[in-house]
Design a protein. Sequence first.
Length: 278
Amino acid sequence: MRIGVGTTLPHENPHEWARLLHDWGCTTAVCPVDATASSGVRDEYLREAQRYGLSIGEVGVWRNVMSPEPQERNASISYAEAQLALAEAIGAGCCLNISGNAGPGGWDQYSPENYSEESYERLVDTTREIIDAVHPTRTYYAIECMPWMLPDSPESYLRLLADINRPQLRVHLDYTNMVNGVPRWRHLRQFIQECFTQLGPHIVSVHAKDIRLDGALPVTIGETQPGTGSVDFALVLRLAAALPGDTTLYTEHLDTIEEYRDAVAFLRRTASEAGIAA
């Protein structure tokens, strides 16, 4: 199991980037460049990552491959294919995206169209198209769980895996993104266990995030600094450590460099106290 931060921190050069992560105790990183970077720049980052013992666990896409606008959709699919090819070239753990918003609004937002049968079939076909364009053998394509688009539950992720039917598709687990209502909140520990139990053989990366229930009506479940919410991180780390392979865990969506540093320290301290190698 490797721990890192799910963002590229401010830095002046590849050495500074890798040294900072190493000094914090990180053992993995998200890819700091995309497919448009020159091979020279890319290779310099990879050399520094290797020098400091950092794996590259994720290459991000973060584009709307389900957009109802053909031009945006086609450009996003092309970019996803290029990012998957980059992940393959550098041997990253996975290439990661969300399924995307099939209706109006932001690329990562809710629309009723996200749950139509037509959109589901398009998601299956689009994911196959991206994977088949690259035929990766050293990396995987993964879709991050979300609260208002598929996959939004372990069961819907298993259905996607079966219907897409590509061995190069794997799971990126963001358990907090699927806590989209009070029933799951009330049984948070059990729900996290169910995620790992059902999806475990397919998981390649995890977002290790904390959440809390705020007092605003009707329901507000928001992210918070790891260790200040209701997630049992000893449980998360124990379940992640039991997965096959070199699973990566990333903390994300924090506001400052200091918060990221403290989050990594918290995860490493929690692992140590639980007797978990990280």
